[in-house]
Design a protein around this ligand. Structure first.
Ligand code: FES
Length: 97
């Protein structure tokens, strides 16, 4: 397994970002390098809702509780601020400009 993970943003003009495995997305993604917007960065506000393709650790109970409210039934929905990278992923932002 490689020590880095590539994050792609299909359907946007943003280039892929490469981060160390285990990195938390909210510590590295900015409005300059990604289409993901963050608010609280603590898993409370739901601003950072994204859809993720790829292998990532499953949501914790608190993240799942919020996902059940903001994206009920969507198995790919995740809160970007709660994601720790485990592999290459593709991130879709539902309301990306
Ligand atoms: S930034 Fe608020 S839930 Fe992720």
């Amino acid at each position: 397994m490689s020590a880095t993970c590539r994050i792609q943003f299909p359907g946007t003009s943003h280039s892929a970002v490469t981060l160390a495995r285990g990195s938390n997305l909210s510590e590295h993604l900015t409005v300059e390098n990604s289409p993901v917007l963050f608010g609280c960065r603590t898993g409370i506000c739901g601003t950072c809702l994204v859809r993720v393709e790829g292998v990532i650790p499953p949501p914790g109970d608190e993240e799942q509780d919020l996902l059940d409210i903001v994206a009920p039934g969507d198995k790919k929905a995740r809160l970007a601020c709660q994601l720790d990278l485990a592999a290459d992923i593709r991130v879709e932002v539902p309301d990306a400009p």
